[in-house]
Design a protein around this ligand. Structure first.
Ligand SMILES: Cc1cc2nc3c(=O)[nH]c(=O)nc-3n(C[C@H](O)[C@H](O)[C@H](O)COP(=O)(O)O)c2cc1C
Length: 236
């Protein structure tokens, strides 16, 4: 799958088929996780793989009664070795970097899962100490998240998304632009506007004059617009 298609179409999946996730696919997910950027390349993330039903069935209660988790064929417990990062980066490493390291690894897993046709969900709502106790996570290492993985049993619901315009500022926090089409790499729209404007000007300046040049220019403009529309379809 193309990278950007994978990013755009990934969704959280909370309903899985009974089918187990094959070992080679689990290995692929772990390789994706290990490729994530990490502070100082410390790679302080660690992953506990749960495939036993007995282990997975215990989880909903610890995860604020999210009962659907019990049906997931695979759960990955993502841990961050905060102590290790703290040794290199102090408090900032412990409180911030190790969390970001794990978040990057989690996103890699979610995208790799989607790429394989699997569904996955990031779980942040759980009793951390209970998970740590039950799965023997040592002191100094924090359980950062759980990830459920399996073959999706249904297509995701549509989701509401903030517009890019809301999310993005320019130069300073809060600064907005009117030319969001350009920012969104939808240059084609900008070109269409420019051609329309040039066309109008040409129309005005040649009003009443029968000029071959104008007719030629108009033909050029419409061809140009067609080309832009075609390019837009390809999303260049
Ligand atoms: C830090 C974090 C914690 C989350 N915790 C949960 C959770 O406990 N349970 C759950 O069902 N989804 C959880 N999610 C998934 C979000 O609900 C989901 O990503 C969001 O609704 C956007 O939907 P999407 O992933 O389909 O794009 C969590 C996501 C993040 C980033």
């Amino acid at each position: 799958m193309e990278t950007f298609d994978c990013i755009k179409t990934r969704r959280s999946c909370r309903k899985y088929r009974e089918r187990q996730v094959e070992f080679d696919k689990i290995a692929y997910l772990m390789e994706a996780a290990s490729k994530a950027p990490s502070s100082g390349n410390l790679q302080a993330y660690r992953f506990i793989l749960l495939t036993e039903r007995e282990d997975i069935k215990q989880l909903p209660e610890i995860c604020m009664n999210q009962y659907w988790i019990a049906e997931a064929p695979l759960v990955i417990i993502v841990c961050g070795d905060a102590e290790r990062v703290e040794m290199t980066y102090g408090l900032r490493g412990e409180r911030l970097y190790v969390i970001q390291d794990c978040a990057a690894a989690i996103q890699n897993i979610l995208l790799a899962a989607h790429d394989l046709g699997l569904g996955a969900c990031w779980i942040g709502s759980f009793e951390e100490t209970v998970i740590a106790d039950r799965f023997r996570v040592p002191d100094g290492v924090r359980v950062q998240a759980l990830i459920t993985v399996g073959y999706p049993a249904k297509a995701p619901e549509p989701k509401e998304e903030e517009s890019i315009e809301t999310l993005v500022y320019f130069s300073k926090f809060g600064n907005k632009t009117e030319n969001m089409d350009v920012v969104m790499r939808e240059f084609s729209k900008e070109w269409v506007k420019l051609v329309d404007r040039a066309d109008e000007r040409l129309e005005r300046s040649t009003k009443g004059i029968k000029l071959g040049a104008h007719t030629g220019a108009k033909g050029f403009a419409s061809k140009f617009k067609e080309k832009i529309a075609a390019a837009k379809k390809k999303k260049i």
